[in-house]
Unconditional design. Structure first.
Lengths: 397, 397, 397, 397
């Protein structure tokens, strides 16, 4: 026997939660530069560069608003700008984050219709379409969907939902959370007719947490101008106006913006199409491993597999958090916990952001060795299946 | 003649705006470390450390809430937690930032009584006391004051205002903005009976911008619990509850928190009393220079001189922003602009944060040489006066 | 099929050559601090700290001299201080680096007896002992051995060689190169009676290259004092004298010394015994993988397996460097080349320094997937065998 | 009185010794990147870039050899490659570093003729010319001169010395130490007919210490090829051969080379002519200050004023090192000590490297305030004189 003493960590930590993700050295080093005057000419160049670069990543020609905030702040911004207390909105229960966004909407006094879900499927375009078709009086002011549900590894089909809204000929705004998909999974703000896209810095954008984003359509901007309900910090108008010359109405998070400039450059060097293909490959390899282990993927519909993370269902009777604790202790790897009703029954493997084949293989080896270390029953071979998937060495799934 | 070619910059930029301030290398390097799992045990140690350290800097035993936000976000948090649309508040027009806070309060539908000011004095305790004494029905729900008005270099006398409130026997909450004073000018949340203290990361705390703070009294907490108006991101309750174990309800700005831990350590190594004395010394030396140049300090009352910055009135007929542009171009130093109604007539020298005698002297030499370069009339000798002040070489002011 | 486009690299590079090794973030960030006055009091504290810490890592109470140099510089220092042109020395041909050290000795005009070797074994204690026993006139002034031959992954048995010298009752100095063993493989300068230990910064010490080391016995110091041959830069005397107060006679490599201080702290936090056990585990797992692939380990004697690297013999007819090129291109991993006569027939896996189980598994997965990508025949299963070895899941070797 | 408590340091240290100099953030951050394989393709690009960039800074088309070493290592390299024990060389006693180089030459068994000097003048072209003219048998193999004597602030006139050698029609090699001039004071390896130029990283090149340089003429290369005396580490041949493809024969100091690449980029962005003009301006301003204080500049000949540093003679009866200690303690500034026979009577102000007007003014203010703090008699006004010099506000010198 040849085991490492527990809790003795050396080498690089494996941060394989579905975000925050591993921040590239180039990005960290960019952040590690002296703060500058946020009203000076050098800042304006920075501001214009990041706003412009963001548009390319959101695939939009419309404004992208960047907040010093968490992703939840960007949720709030999307709501406060476009909706008012009492407004009715249609949301879909895709998992924990959809539920949290709903809670926020309710705290902000919206009337939420929450289409129930089993946390194994994405938002259903047909059900949404049907509900909107029913809503002849257009009481529903917005449809709010989480693109990639970080708690479940299920990616809702945004273009189909858009089509459903259109087919219902319904004027509702379309608000989409891409916090864990932007920069990892193909997403097209303009082409898909989204009105507000919500994002955060700490996932596919490869930054530390601390920035929130709203990409905003003309229709959303018009709604915001018409919206008299109280707001200040999140209000788009002043920010968009100041952004025109590269500034903000308050002191923005300068150093994180340095990092954003560098991260955007990295995404462009790789090319968005390549970034998405890379995430697809790693997700496929991860699922191959999970299947080989004889475990179930939480996501029930292959059309909705997430390329950013995979949620794995624990064998019955085994606690996912105990398992995660063993993996952290023994192999210095952080895996994502099962959230809310998935607590203890699911763990999540993040395979997004600044990532590559060998880091994935280290990750999956850690998952597999963790089963042994925690006494979780499984069929060996997941790591082999993943290698097969990556190399095309054998049929993959 | 021996002039440098314009716009050729080498060496270290002098960032002498009154914030963001110069971030210490130790702090930048702390920020430049890999992001960790915000739900793991290592994060909890970080969370508890920064919350605890903040209390010592705010001089409070009560909760300090840390937001991923700008300082304006912390303004909004203070309002949304304790007040509701329609509530009446008393504010004092000390300058541009007091005016901005007022604007925010109005956007958030408060009824603001704005005691007029000349932007050369702090909030007047007597006037506030008189207004509160008049307010028999206790319509006024809060008194909101900017401790150190960053646009003018005037520091309001918070303990005297507290006394005025007490003498009026008025139950109004007391909300104080310390964005440009915390960590630079003595400030005592508990002893001075403040209910909500608002702060930001990028001034005396020596961090990049991106964190906002609320220190919160029991009375403020009670008000917040009783307050039914809509809010989510800024809501204290969930954050304070999660903070008990060192966590946040959402993904906090992990890397800025690394920096905060380091900055708090630096403040404690120096000792808060020494930190404040250092700022006092530098402010006195700066004023000595301004007087020697034959210029006027915007702050009209010596009891209210700011130890964080000094606003200088330009000789009539000379544009402060043209002058600032020359200084930036020629000497690679950023000075603070005159804001709003002070535009063009005032410039501001920041002497706060991670700072020392020689950096101050470089700064003041740049100001003085800038007068020549920009053709601004002045009496030579400010630099000498400042050295005299620092060394006690001659009588100082 | 599911392949990544060639030469598209994202995520963290796998630097799995046997040095330079992966430098920990803590160490890089320590290096990334302002340079200080090398004659000031703060420097003295740094100097004393690193000299003292080095002693613990070399397991010596005698002086350790630190040079701004490569490891080859430390080789030269060991020779120039203790030996003179014309001196006869006994060396053992353990591989490429022993051969390079021999070449250097010859350039420096020593008379080298080079005991031939097959590059698959370490220096043979018996042969050395026999030669010394024959040398009745004590013509041989020094025995020079490479502890861990970086080109072959063979670790010579230093204590046995020491015993052989003692049994021959021979006064020769004992010079040992630990460039790729120090901080990775147990090594005891004092206990093993070594006179000069040569080391470098970029392997087990987890630093960038740029520092060379000599640990020096009393006997070596005496030899150096008696040695009249010309030398200056490498001369121990002045350095050891200046080191007493924490200084150097010239400007030392200050920032690398910052890194050294941090790296020494990390080694002590982990504990040297744990550091060595960790390297042993990883080496055992790597060998398990190599055997499972059906390939040969270059090191022929299990007593001499290196815990720092494993050299793997390519199947006949397959070029190791072509294979390495494919691995670099496809998987962004650097493996060690076969040096000199091993060129094309051997590749080397570094598993030393700042390293852990999951990085090892990523490494071995990359080696295995590289076989496929380069069309190298192998038996699948190495990765599984390594996991078994690490977890004790099945019998390991 | 308004003094800071002693030894309480905050803000940025003023490192105003004449090297190591203040390393730019860009350079430190470049160094703070992961070490790469020194035999891989990415390294080759780095290697070629820095070798090429160095040529432009040395103003040469001939090879520049970069060592992991201190500047003294580069001294030794220059000697060992071109000269042999017993060779006669002509050196000039310009100060402490010339004396140290002489000592090294003697340790390496050269026969040194050391033309005496008063440490206030540079090497005298006429005396050198006369000695060479006398040396009909060409016994003198090399003339070795320090370009900028760091211990005195005197810059020898290299082109005039070259002319003197030529006029004597003497074949001696010309070896020049530019450790504290390269990148600060105009220097032209090719145009001035120097055979070996010696340099270090930690002065005008704005890097941490740890790299030594030799720029090498064809004549020097030929001498080296003909030179049979023992050497290995410093031998040019193998390095120059390996450099052709961007590599080194051993592991070079990779991370410092990252820094070198960045520093070279910065020098080129500013433009060498601008870099030299900037140093001239700052030196002139410094001398204006010294004169205004009523103190003497050590350098006695205005043609030989150093643009990199100024050595100041203390008033008689006052100890320069006590003064320096007070300045360090009170103002957190490191000034250069008086070396060897100048100990206690001279201090040195470094004004080279990454530097600008305001940092110079902070420096000079610290020097002036230090006089007060240490009780050193002086005439106030140096700081004013320096400002006048910088701005051309009044006649400057």
């Amino acid at each position: 026997m040849n085991e490492a003493p527990a809790t003795l960590h050396t080498g690089r930590h494996f941060l394989q939660i579905p975000g925050p993700t591993n921040v590239p050295d180039r990005v960290l080093r960019a952040i590690d530069m002296p703060t500058i005057d946020h009203r000076g000419p050098e800042f304006a160049r920075l501001g214009l560069a990041v706003i412009d670069g963001c548009k390319r990543v959101f695939q939009t020609a419309q404004p992208v608003v960047i907040y010093p905030s968490s992703g939840t702040g960007a949720w709030e911004a999307a709501i406060l700008n476009t909706l008012s207390p009492g407004d009715r909105v249609l949301m879909a229960e895709t998992g924990h984050f959809a539920t949290l966004w709903r809670k926020m909407a309710e705290k902000l006094k919206l009337g939420v219709e929450f289409q129930p879900g089993d946390w194994r499927h994405g938002a259903d375009p047909a059900t949404i379409g049907a509900r909107l078709a029913d809503d002849r009086g257009h009481a529903i002011k917005a449809v709010m969907v989480v693109h990639n549900e970080t708690s479940t590894g299920v990616t809702s089909r945004i273009p189909e939902i858009r089509r459903a809204i259109d087919q219902a000929n319904h004027p509702a705004l379309f608000l989409v959370d891409t916090i864990s998909s932007l920069g990892s999974i193909d997403y097209r703000h303009d082409e898909w007719g989204v009105d507000v896209t919500v994002a955060g810095s700490q996932k596919g954008l490869m930054l530390p947490p601390g920035l929130g984003f709203n990409a905003v359509s003309d229709k959303a901007l018009a709604a915001s101008r018409a919206n008299a309900s109280p707001r200040s910090y999140w209000d788009w108008q002043e920010i968009i106006a100041a952004n025109r010359t590269g500034y903000w109405p308050y002191t923005p998070a300068t150093n994180l913006l340095y990092g954003l400039r560098e991260a955007l450059a990295m995404l462009e060097e790789e090319g968005l199409a390549n970034v998405f293909a890379r995430h697809d490959r790693h997700a496929a390899a991860t699922r191959a491993a999970v299947r080989a282990w004889g475990m179930d993927i939480l996501c029930a519909d292959p059309r909705e597999y997430s390329s950013a993370l995979t949620a794995v269902m624990m064998p019955q009777g085994y606690d996912a958090d105990h398992y995660r604790g063993v993996v952290l202790d023994r192999f210095d790897m952080s895996l994502g916990t099962g959230l809310a009703k998935l607590k203890g029954t699911v763990f999540r493997i993040g395979h997004l952001g600044h990532f590559n084949d060998l880091t994935l293989m280290g990750t999956l080896a850690g998952v597999e060795m963790g089963f042994d270390a925690a006494g979780v029953p499984y069929t060996p071979g997941g790591v082999i299946a993943a290698m097969n998937s990556l190399t095309g060495r054998a049929e993959n799934l």
